[in-house]
Design a protein. Sequence first.
Length: 108
Amino acid sequence: MRIIVAGAKGLLGHEVAHVLRTSGYALIAADLEEDLPHDIAALDITQPEMVQGFLEATRPAWLINCAAYTQVDACEEHVDLAFQVNGKAPGYLAEACSEKGASLLHVS
C-alpha cells in the first residue's frame, strides 16, 4: 500500500514515516522544498495545483497529513501563513484525495 506522509520533516511526521517505512509500507515522505534530505519529496500543501499534481503522479491509497504551522508566537506574527497551512491546506488535501480516490488522515 502506497502512503504519503506530508510534513515528514517535523517531529510527528518523521516518526509516522519511520513507523510506516519499517512496517513495510510503500512510503512517500513529503515536505516543503527547503533543505530536503534525499528521501523526502517536495510538496507544498498550500499550493492546490501542486497537491493535485503530486497525488496524480504518486497515486497513494492514503495521505497522512502531519504538516502544520505550530509555533504559536510565529502564528500570531504570520496569521495569513498560519491560516493557509492550518486552515486552507487541509481542504486542498481533502479535495485532491477525494478526486484521486485516496483516503486522508489529518492530524490536528
